[in-house]
Design a protein around this ligand. Sequence first.
Ligand SMILES: [Zn+2]
Length: 759
Amino acid sequence: MCKFFFSYLVVFMSIMSVIAQQQNAICPILPNPVTYVKSNPGSQSGTLSVNDTLFFSAKELTPNVKSQLVYFGGLLQGLTLIESERNASITFKKQVNVIPDSYSITIADKITIQYANDAACFYAIQSLMQLIHINNGEKTLNKGFVADYPNYKWRGLHLDVSRHFFTKEEVKRFLDLMAIYKFNVFHWHLTDDQGWRIESKRYPKLTEIGAWRDSTVKDHYSTKPRTYDITKYGGFYTQEDVKEIVHYAADRFITVVPEIEMPGHARAALAAYPNFSCTGNALPVENLWGVFDDIFCAKKETLDFLKDLLDEFIPLFPGTYFHVGGDEAPKTRWKKCSNCQEVITDNKLKDEHELQSYFIRQLDEFLTSKGKKLIGWDEILEGGLSSNAAVMSWRGFEGGIEASRQGHEVVMTPGSHCYFDHYQGKTKEEPLAIGGYTPLSKVYEFSPISPNMSATQASFVLGGQANLWTEYIDSFDKLMYMAYPRAIALSQTLWNPAKKPSFETFEQLLIENHFPILDQLKINFSRSNLLPQQHWSSHKQGLKVNFSSKKENDLFHLTIFQSSDSGKKFTKEIMLQNKQDLIIDRELDSPELLVNVHSEHYGFEQQVKIIPHKALGETVHYLTSPNKQYDSGKLTLVNGQKGSRPWKGHEWVGFDTSTVALRITLQKKRRIKEVDISFLNEPGSWIYSPKKIQLLNPDGRKKLDRTVSNENGQERIKIEVNRKVKNIYLYISNWEEIPEGNPGAGHVPWTFIDEIFLR
Ligand SMILES: [Zn+2]
């Protein structure tokens, strides 16, 4: 440590004499480096011009790092890089006794790169390429100095190739982009219910049968009735392909962590080898998304088969960690299987949860004996976990906090911040996604270390990772759209969280320096973060909304229509300055208001639909707290806007309790004819419309107490009021537990509300 600072100081002081330093300059590199010093802008001596052909001196560089320099120099900047001691304008120098993976770049009349190890040299190359500035075809570098090193050792991106398959070439492009943003772990989700994607020579049917499905569900899986694309779909990687990808990744200092899912998400494997299930029934490779009851049986034959497979795959993956899944394994089959019950009895296990723990422990011992470390989703904690195993926390931070308390290594990948299969924008133009809402700003807020961890616990956190589940990602272009720029926001958090620029600065760097890089690489990335934002708030007359844009002088052109069953009628046209307010009156007598918003600067059009009613902008009191992740604010329930279906996360308030109590307080007593509540019924996501709603009005002269039951799962519940009220109390009851035979059986159901209309 001390030695590092010593050499760092020497380098630092040597450039002090060369350049007039400018502290706190914004560095264009993302993730933003630990230290950046730039020469005074505008001064003649402040820049270095960069020729399209550059010579470098590289006596100490390995052949791989040299070829990466040539490859990425060409890819990112169109440079031709040639090794030559005599004319070198870039010199590489290896340092000893410095922080692992640390590097520095000094840009004076020549460029000097000092590095701790090969990975560090590779990171320096990526940074240098991002520093090159192109103006009217001229390439220049600002003179200055960068010193940098990563904060976390696990900086990961995951890719599910089961739900949708990505070719070897597409995986390589994915790895190239990871490398540019200094990610170093590629979590390759190779098997799931909908397809087995890695060749086994011992069990060839896994790909002969398991890699192909006859059809695939179309649209969102909650859309009813379901329709299917009946094209045969599939693909797999041969062991030669796997070796090639692992090698390609290693050349970019990325470790591949393979995932073979067990005991759940095993339908593709069981389609090939039904004898490893509990029932032995032959079922096809799954064509629908979700969680399925048929999982690997916990009998010895199945465990032997899985160990056999791991034994075959271990030599393909030189990294330490091997992921065995472990999530979402329903115990329905295990409860009724005589083989599983025998394992429970023989090993004196308490129940099927301990059986899952036993199952994972068998594989953990096997992997450990082969010099590997088991990693799995946080469900592997249930029923006890052997000390060697690492945990990937996906159902929030809690699993990771508990795992670190027990002394397990942790990779944080909570759904709230790291699930890139969620929506990232609120407009209807966003392509279909699974649900949820994780905008760029939310990803940028992420920290793998929870404030609820002690320093010792924090020391077990290896880092973080974003997951790209591909149920709704069916092409490479869509994959890139979902991954970028969110992956860049994550890279900042994982590389240098201590000196993270403000989100506004980060966005500015993205727009000015990194969107051009992605454009040049022909990446289909999302610009959703640039879309104007809507800000809704309460107003004494109803609702207040303004549209704000990243362009200070943007102007919004609003065209307002009133619509009803008989059609759409033009109402008026309004021009709004950036952040100027529009008031929507709760007395407005119109069934529906359509507002088309056109941003003059960005030239896109957005449509907002408002259903005026008497509680618009009134006060909602939660007597039951919503789940933090699905609390989009109290105004959501009285903003006249319906949530989208399929569910998109925003525009809904979600509760994970069996009963929900709410109060709406009106500014003054008013005559209300009826309360009309809008719920979501999406059993596939464990979201159920409530069973009973009670309405109470304790401040009314006559006691109001009405109960409506809803056994059929209706999404709209209307309750008659017909009197003057100031307060409306609602008591909403759902099942205590989801009954057997339904998705999520045994768990508390979710209740989702998007609007409470008072008429
Ligand atoms: Zn069984």
